[in-house]
Design a protein around this ligand. Sequence first.
Ligand SMILES: Cc1ncc(COP(=O)(O)O)c(C=O)c1O
Length: 361
Amino acid sequence: MTHRAHNFSAGPAAIPLPVLERAQSELLDYGGTGMSIMEQSHRGPTYDAVHNRAIADLRSLLGISDDYAVLFMQGGARGQFAMLAMNLLGDGVGAYVDTGNWSFLAEKEAAKFGRTATVWTGRDEGYCRVPAADEIAVPAGASYLHYTSNNTIYGTQFPGTPDPGDVPLICDMSSDILSRPTDVNRFGLIYAGAQKNLGPAGVVLVIVRKDLLALSHDKLPETMSYKLMAAKNSMLNTPPTFAIYLVGLVAQHLVGLGGLDAVEAINERKAELLYRTIDESGGFYSPNAAPGSRSRMNVSFRSPSAELDARFVAESAAADLVGLKGHRSAGGLRASIYNAVPEESVRALVDFMGDFARRCG
Ligand SMILES: Cc1ncc(COP(=O)(O)O)c(C=O)c1O
């Protein structure tokens, strides 16, 4: 049997085992072509079918209407911090909700291209929560409202969707896309780096309302223009074909599980088990996120001391529980329990946590 670790990495992260097995089985001879999918022209019919099937399955999972274009882009989610502003900021103000490092960096990058405003920040509270709906006021003259639905580092997540008033709502959904049903119609644009819930690193999913494409002006670099990428079905230049193929397999896998309602139910169970273990540890473990803001994807927590955190990381790794060290900017511990992390891995983790607390508490 192949050795598979319990993988709690924040990203690149676990990929569903059936997806890896299918990719393995198709690696040398994709569909009788005598070649791997990554060895084929992106202009040929075989890749074209893979590309369009991936888009179709994403559309079906998220209920994306024809009012939206589905793009595969490059440059990582951070590339979108800039591209978003290059395409959509114009002369208006980019309004940003600052719920952690990534949203902070998104605004900083956008500020190179125009005016921005921080409409709420959780910095002084250690990014332990996301704002309530009535704490976000979008300024007059805003081009859009940007927020990060799930804060990968601090382990917080918006339980619902903020109301942007009459400006487009933009969301960095990198670390919780496809983890729950989402009403795409409420958004102007959603972007997500693939390497957490969608597949491997190297591709970014962008879902953009088609009326916004007119804002992409002609001076933009071609591969960074939403308008041109949409016009060319993301094949203006060579797309990251193998990454898109894997994203397509992940989407097929989720369709097979019963879609996002089914996926959400599994994610709820996993998160509930982990938070219950933290809450019932008699104070040994403490979560970073305040009640009401707890992420179901990244559970950031700590033990009573930095020394015990380090021991936890070393001993858990020895028990084949991998990737539990907190992000360098937040410290502590973090269990990323994306879609592809099996419930069995979460059970192994909570068993380890209980044992560790008994030995060290
Ligand atoms: C929410 C969020 N946004 C953006 C990024 C940056 O992604 P990338 O490394 O693809 O640029 C990350 C990476 O972890 C993230 O978690």
